[in-house]
Design a protein around this ligand. Structure first.
Ligand code: ADP
Length: 397
């Protein structure tokens, strides 16, 4: 089956056309600055150079139209006609408590996604626009919604409730939801396969360390805890997000700086994390380079980052009464050996760690703990698009 995977943001749209049998990406691309002047479409057919076209896209329907044109283009297309697209898989950020798995998109499903809009006001409306734009241009193609939150819906109440008046959960559904679920699900299954374990009898801690970062505890194939919360702001430090902090800090800084709560929230989302701490960059490559040149703040930032990852690993080991494996994934987890080493150095109490030689790996599946380690530590590249395509195929076929 050929599945078009769509990840639609408020002004951007990423796509991949995937052959689900061969797991091959036939083409991928990105529309940027939708609804803003200076639009740009980049399209990369498998085995060819990226083609960049400046083109204004007043709305998402126009963007989807251009994507479909690129895919069917005589010269740089990869299919003959739209009929060749068997299904569309849409990444949807927030499914609230309504979606514990991927779902065929119907009018009722669209309504239920709309009801989650105030839980993810920046993301869900954009995801819905992606769905309606595709439906307009491909009315007969089945569409599936794959939710970032769905995999975490198995968390028990004790893990997802906050210590605040219960009525806020009842009235407003304020609770931990967790994100990156497609990645945590895919990577935890892959880890079981690599280690020849039955996923139904396997405890694993997945460290998804990208620009956004989260950790999950996955027990017997089900998520039992995860570090992101009501929104993707909680948990680890991230590129620009603060992660966990004392909630009283908000009012304290608002008063000192004379700023509003929404300005403060913006700072916590966009100017905090490793960018805020280092004052340098949100990109770990820059931080490592600066540290190696003797920059003390970059060094401290990296230490604080690794320390928090290690603390979560400890917490989730406790939550599952042990773990059978620890996995690193996403941009930093897959590529940054320094961060993996620094985290691994905290884990000797568990009878494991990161082997310097094996840790030289980058961007591919590997076991990086010493052969004698009690708990294997792995690198497993995530592939959210392939996971979305697979979930889509499972539902439509
Ligand atoms: P996003 O959450 O935006 O998908 P990514 O998973 O791409 O983020 O992670 C971005 C981070 O991963 C950056 O801090 C960057 O330093 C790191 N990273 C990504 N690719 C590489 C690479 N090839 N080598 C080293 N670091 C990388």
């Amino acid at each position: 089956m050929k599945v078009l995977v769509i990840n639609c943001g408020s002004s951007s749209l990423k796509y991949q056309l995937i052959d689900s049998e061969t797991e091959q990406v036939l083409a991928k691309g990105l529309c940027e600055r939708i609804g803003i002047e200076g639009g740009m479409l980049s399209h990369t057919p498998a085995g060819k150079e990226k083609i960049e076209t400046s083109v204004d896209m007043p709305d998402h329907v126009k963007a989807v139209e251009l994507v479909l044109q690129s895919l069917t283009d005589k010269e740089n297309g990869v299919i003959d006609s739209l009929e060749d697209i068997d299904a569309v898989g849409h990444r949807i950020v927030h499914g609230g408590e309504s979606f514990a798995e991927a779902t065929l998109i119907t009018d009722e499903v669209i309504k239920a996604i709309e009801e989650c809009n105030d839980l993810a006001p920046l993301h869900n409306p954009a995801n819905l626009i992606g769905i309606s734009s595709c439906k307009k241009l491909m009315p007969n193609t089945p569409m599936v919604g794959v939710f970032d939150t769905a995999f975490h819906q198995t968390m028990p109440k004790k893990a997802y409730l906050y210590g605040i008046p219960y009525e806020y959960y009842e009235k407003y559904k304020v609770r931990r939801y967790g994100f990156h679920g497609t990645s945590h699900s895919y990577v935890s299954k892959r880890a079981a396969e690599i280690l020849h374990k039955d996923p139904r009898e396997f405890k694993v801690i997945v460290c998804h360390l990208g620009n956004g970062a989260s950790i999950s505890a996955v027990k017997n194939g089900e998520c039992v805890d995860t570090s992101m919360g009501l929104t993707p702001l909680e948990g680890l430090f991230m590129g620009t997000r603060s992660g966990d902090l004392d909630p009283a800090i908000l009012e304290f800084i608002c008063n000192k700086e004379n700023i509003s709560i929404s300005e403060m929230t913006n700072i916590l989302n966009k100017k905090s994390g490793v960018l805020g701490l280092s004052g340098l960059s949100s990109d770990f490559r820059d931080l490592i380079e600066a540290r190696d040149k003797g920059n003390e703040r970059a060094k401290t930032t990296l230490e604080a980052y690794a320390y928090r990852v290690a603390k979560y690993i400890g917490a989730y080991t406790a939550a599952m009464n042990g773990t059978d494996a620890i996995v690193f994934t996403a941009g930093i987890g897959e590529n940054n050996k320094d961060v993996r080493q620094m985290v691994g150095d905290y884990l000797t109490y568990m009878g494991t760690g990161v082997d310097r030689g094996k840790n030289e790996t980058r961007g591919e599946e590997a076991i990086i703990s010493p052969g004698a380690a009690r708990i294997p530590i792995l690198v497993v590249p995530t592939n959210e698009e392939l996971a979305i395509a697979k979930e889509t195929v499972a539902l439509v076929s």
